[in-house]
Design a protein around this ligand. Structure first.
Ligand SMILES: Nc1nc2c(ncn2[C@@H]2O[C@H](COP(=O)(O)OP(=O)(O)OP(=O)(O)O)[C@@H](O)[C@H]2O)c(=O)[nH]1
Ligand SMILES: [Mg+2]
Length: 260
């Protein structure tokens, strides 16, 4: 997989540290974990592959073969932070909603067909006032999970604007996946699954509905991204091409009410 720009462009000092979340992600992997600023950029090489055959040791003391940057984007309140916490810790952040301030990240190593794939997952702030902070991170992202909230029509209507932004700031070959979150809220749902599917088809991106609350399809979304990125960077001559759309279509689970 080829990345066009170097990602060492944000400088190496503390001034390059992102604004971090006031709440949200417990300070384990985040950019200011332990009160220190660090440069997570240096951990993830441009093409994702660390050193073939020589596993590296990540911050979380877990070995991995390759590492990639994944960003969570979408309107404020769609559930980006909750989705990440569900994936990383298997928990749901219930209670009052505290909006993310700036940007933060967490690492998780996945076993993708016997290969340890580290995903460095950046949780962005959906609020408009943090948009310029987020823009600076797009260009290094290998994959983007774009979320809307199935109980919030505006968040769905804004997806096109998000995709425009992604095309403007992200790499051309970035992997994008559309997620309709909060499908557990069946009574409040205002965006049908078919509408999400239609929009995703229009833009040629894979789609699934998720629930950070119940965990529906959360692991699958990240695993699909991990598989796609791993296959892109480790294409063996006789290996069949990984088909992300097909994989998602086959593996995705319905919300219980309306899966065909
Ligand atoms: N029912 C339900 N509620 C959810 C789900 N995911 C998130 N929420 C709730 O939605 C609210 C917003 O969730 P967050 O994860 O903080 O939203 P966010 O996208 O990170 O918002 P910003 O940080 O402002 O960009 C919180 O009150 C969550 O409890 C879900 O899958 N189901
Ligand atoms: Mg958040």
């Amino acid at each position: 997989m080829s990345r066009k720009k170097s990602q060492k462009s944000r400088g190496g000092g503390s001034s390059s540290s992102p604004a971090t979340s006031a709440r949200n992600l417990p300070p384990k992997d985040g950019a200011r974990a332990g009160g220190k600023s660090c440069s997570p950029d240096s951990e993830v090489p441009v093409n994702g592959v660390v050193v073939p055959g020589r596993p590296s040791l990540s911050n979380s003391a877990e070995f991995y073969d390759m590492a990639f940057k994944v960003m969570l984007v979408g309107d404020s309140g769609v559930g980006k932070t909750c989705l990440l916490v569900r994936f990383k810790d298997g928990a749901f952040l219930a209670g009052s909603f505290i909006s993310t301030v700036g940007i933060d990240f967490r690492n998780k190593v996945l076993n993708v067909d016997g290969v340890k794939v580290k995903l460095q997952i950046w949780d962005t702030a959906g609020q408009e006032r943090f948009r310029s902070v987020t823009h600076a991170y797009y260009r290094d992202a290998h994959a983007l999970l774009l979320l809307y909230d199935v109980t919030n029509k505006t968040s769905f209507d804004n997806i096109q604007a998000w995709l425009t932004e992604i095309h403007e700031y992200a790499q051309q070959d970035v992997v994008v996946m559309l997620l309709g979150n909060k499908v557990d809220s069946t009574h409040e749902r205002v965006v049908k699954r078919e509408e999400g599917e239609k929009l995703a088809k229009e833009y040629g991106v894979p789609f699934m509905e998720t629930s950070a609350k119940t965990g529906l399809n959360v692991d699958l979304a990240f695993m699909a991204i991990g598989k796609e990125l791993k296959h892109r960077s480790m294409k063996l001559p006789n290996e069949p091409k990984f088909k992300l759309h097909e994989y998602v279509r086959k593996e995705v689970k319905g919300s219980g009410c309306c899966k065909s």
